[in-house]
Design a protein around this ligand. Sequence first.
Ligand SMILES: *[C@@H]1O[C@H](CO)[C@@H](O)[C@H](O)[C@H]1NC(C)=O
Ligand SMILES: *[C@@H]1O[C@H](CO)[C@@H](O)[C@H](O)[C@H]1NC(C)=O
Ligand SMILES: *[C@@H]1O[C@H](CO)[C@@H](O)[C@H](O)[C@H]1NC(C)=O
Ligand SMILES: *[C@@H]1O[C@H](CO)[C@@H](O)[C@H](O)[C@H]1NC(C)=O
Ligand SMILES: *[C@@H]1O[C@H](CO)[C@@H](O)[C@H](O)[C@H]1NC(C)=O
Length: 356
Amino acid sequence: MEIRLVIAVCFLTFFTLTKGQFQAPSFAGILNLVRYQNSDCIGSNGLEGTCLSAAECSNRKGSSIGNCANGFGACCLEKFTCGNITSKNETVFVHRNYPLDGENDTDTCQVTIEKLTGVCQLRLDFLEFSLGQPDKNGQCTTDSFMVRTTIGEKLPVLCGENSGQHLYVDLGRGSVNPVVLSVVSNGNNVTRRWKIKISMIKCNSLDMAPPGCLQYHRKSNDLVRSFNWGPKINGQVRYLSNLRYTVCTRVEENFCAIKWETETPNSFSWGLPPTGGSKGSDCNNDDFICISQGSSNGLTVGEDRFCGVKLIDNNVIITKARPFLLLVKSDANTTMNNKYSQNGFSLRYTQLPCVI
Ligand SMILES: *[C@@H]1O[C@H](CO)[C@@H](O)[C@H](O)[C@H]1NC(C)=O
Ligand SMILES: *[C@@H]1O[C@H](CO)[C@@H](O)[C@H](O)[C@H]1NC(C)=O
Ligand SMILES: *[C@@H]1O[C@H](CO)[C@@H](O)[C@H](O)[C@H]1NC(C)=O
Ligand SMILES: *[C@@H]1O[C@H](CO)[C@@H](O)[C@H](O)[C@H]1NC(C)=O
Ligand SMILES: *[C@@H]1O[C@H](CO)[C@@H](O)[C@H](O)[C@H]1NC(C)=O
């Protein structure tokens, strides 16, 4: 059978070469389509699609973003967007107009994720995330992204620029209730785009984040940024209010301490005071981060709360307290943060090896 197919293909090639484009290509087309049907393909702008016949792509309400199967198929982008429901792993949630620019309207775009059996967490990767900025109180009143589950802690409401960020969503072992992701957009004049990869993580898998970790980093060294981190837009800081979440880092084997430092000299400003770095109960007046038993050299007992426009004295905090966690807290109001141009934080952590 296989030999006959090879002979047929050889003959066909010969036939096509000698007799030109006439007759034969449709058979070659079928062979190519059979071979590439349903495989991944790359379309325009580097977008990933599925190779289908043009008819099948339009049946599935996808859009063709290029050719595949040596030109005999359509590289088909099937959008998972407003109103859709999925129970498939690694689904990518995009806005209605994707890959063109986003919603320009007042709208609620909502998708439902039905978990597969044996799944305990979701990981959401913001491959692209650009929504309206928060208001002057740091609240997402123009646009907002929300995750609704029936168990566990409430996840923060997000807006602004969050490409590259990720979230873990605990689902619980027993629950079969779906998770709903929604983007509420409020009015025109905002360029909105999103592309969110939704991965299902099996219970007991090593990929699970410890419970309660909104973000989880599994490297000995990585960058951690506050949501919507960046310079002022239209005279407003981008700092989000009402946050209370935990960033976890996996403790690597043979590492005994963690060092947190600013990515650049000014990349920490989180809560009052407006000059210098404060710690402990001095941070109770406004927003703060927590690094358990942190100090400049990691040798003293240290403090838990840090705030201001510097990480204590040298923009470095070291702790040996495990697990290695960063807790983030902001209140309901960014009036003072805006007054002092506080940007949020971009911190790098490095785990430090045990010294015998
Ligand atoms: C999304 O919903 C539309 C309209 O109901 C449907 O035609 C389309 O096939 C769905 N797409 C996916 C990926 O579920
Ligand atoms: C968005 O809406 C504004 C105001 O109605 C309009 O001027 C603009 O062309 C629209 N942009 C897109 C991409 O639809
Ligand atoms: C749109 O944004 C521009 C520039 O930020 C502003 O001048 C204009 O008033 C806005 N239009 C609306 C309808 O909000
Ligand atoms: C989803 O896909 C990822 C990556 O391939 C895999 O590690 C994970 O186990 C899958 N989840 C389920 C529930 O199959
Ligand atoms: C925000 O805080 C400022 C300064 O503490 C206060 O004057 C203002 O009333 C607060 N606004 C809201 C909406 O809570």
